[in-house]
Design a protein around this ligand. Sequence first.
Ligand SMILES: Cc1cc2nc3c(=O)[nH]c(=O)nc-3n(C[C@H](O)[C@H](O)[C@H](O)COP(=O)(O)O)c2cc1C
Length: 223
Amino acid sequence: MSHYVLAITGASGAIYALRLLQLLLASGHVVHLVISRSGAQVLATELGLAVDLRDFQISQLFPEISPVAAESPATLSFYGGFRTLPTPLRLANLRYHRFDDFTAGIASGSFLTKGMVICPCSMGTLASLSGGHSENLIQRAADVHLKERRKLIVVPRETPISSIQLDNMRRLSEAGATVMPAMPGFYHGAQTIADLVDFVVGRISDHLGVEHQLFKRWGDQDG
Ligand SMILES: Cc1cc2nc3c(=O)[nH]c(=O)nc-3n(C[C@H](O)[C@H](O)[C@H](O)COP(=O)(O)O)c2cc1C
């Protein structure tokens, strides 16, 4: 069981975060979840989810989950439905932190994690990280992961990309972050939106060292 930080910011692609959250909880890991104000806005716009950042409940992200349950089947009904993951979600492993709570453990380098993912990552958050700002818990925790030389994965979503944004990605990459734009491949036989989401989430999970079977690997004859 490892600790991971998952931050949801206000770029399009909130579904990637929900699927990643599912996979991490189904894999038995502890997830420290932070959602920015704009992240909540995008969750509402794209998935119709009303998330209360001050009174968060897991059922606000996964409406089929009872807030008092210890475990839940790993189903995800958006976009016509995803394949159910083979293991249940361990709900007690979710730790929610408000985006303005700098007292959270993840704001300190002494709190050990196996890595942090910002998914999706807005251009605004990307720019803040590139500039070394720590104006909310997401930026602070990311800054901490960089300075501690721990894994930081950012999943930007924007198109087209300006020189300023490219430069921010380059700076972050040079500082040790892994920049993984939400760019699904189509070569693994994608048929549905769920397949495209699972490709991106699967690649993020590969970099986190989290096992999964979200897609058939290229060259894998048996998969
Ligand atoms: C529905 C919606 C979709 C958005 N999509 C994107 C996007 O794909 N990429 C992006 O960089 N910003 C996007 N934005 C704008 C960001 O949310 C905005 O720049 C915000 O300040 C980012 O703040 P945050 O990084 O703290 O979440 C979107 C906003 C909304 C409301």
